[in-house]
Ligand binder design. Structure first.
Ligand code: MG
Length: 235
């Protein structure tokens, strides 16, 4: 089997922002299905899977009960997203450099989302800001696959292998994200980890979690390629 390079992109605050509207939509969907949640700290949502967020916001809901309500949550969330589409279109944008980086790598490596968002919402967000054509959202790892983000990477690699009939060795898998949870997720599977300080965590805060490479943002394409591939020949 041929080998390939797989880049797994976090979505929120790594590739795009919804200007806070995405968080409002998520809260509204949770309120409709699970109940109101109180005020939370700045990083409460960051780098977590949607299932983990629900577990932490509503600790009385058992994992079994949550699993049973997941389909309804998914449907309510997508409906709510569509209801707020005008707001989302007004506020969502790709982050600096994201379009250029993804376009540059498109066709040279396999790119897919690895995100805490449930799959349909990840796809809608990427489509909203024009990034969907550059990633393969038919594979990837999502917040409805597992509550533990670290478990999403093996899921994503397995999907990529099956879909492309190619072997994605651990050393050829690169994860890019804006939170310590993204770094942990990559390290858990031995993938290369690249952190970007475009979310709620500063360069210093991310550095403390020892990613393989660290960037202020995706704006400088040569710097991003160096962070992704190190000294390996650039694709
Ligand atoms: Mg993120």
């Amino acid at each position: 089997m041929h080998t390939g390079t797989l880049i797994l992109w976090d979505v929120d605050a790594t590739l795009l922002t919804t200007g806070g509207i995405g968080g409002q939509v998520m809260r509204s969907a949770m309120a409709q299905v699970f109940g109101e949640m109180g005020a939370r700290e700045r990083t409460f949502f960051s780098g977590k899977t949607d299932r983990q967020i629900i577990h932490e916001a509503f600790p009385n809901i058992t994992p079994e009960a949550l699993a049973m309500q997941l389909d309804r949550f998914r449907a309510v969330y997508v409906t709510e997203f569509e209801r707020r589409r005008a707001d989302l279109e007004a506020h969502a944008r790709p982050l600096a450099g994201a379009v250029d980086v993804l376009r540059h790598l498109h066709g040279r490596v396999v790119q897919a989302p690895l995100t805490g968002n449930i799959a349909p919402i990840a796809r809608l967000k990427l489509e909203l800001v024009g990034l969907l054509p550059f990633v393969d959202a038919s594979i990837g790892g999502y917040g409805d696959d597992h509550h533990d983000r670290a478990q999403l990477l093996p899921v994503a690699v397995e999907r990529a292998t099956r879909h492309y009939q190619r072997l994605f060795r651990t050393q050829d898998v690169i994860i890019v994200g804006d939170t310590p949870n993204d770094i942990r997720c990559g390290r858990f599977s031995g993938a290369r980890t690249v952190a970007v300080a475009t979310g709620p965590y500063s360069l210093e805060e991310l550095q403390a979690h020892e990613p393989d490479a660290l960037l202020p943002d995706l704006a400088d394409l040569p710097a991003v390629l160096h962070a992704l591939f190190g000294t390996a020949p650039l694709p």
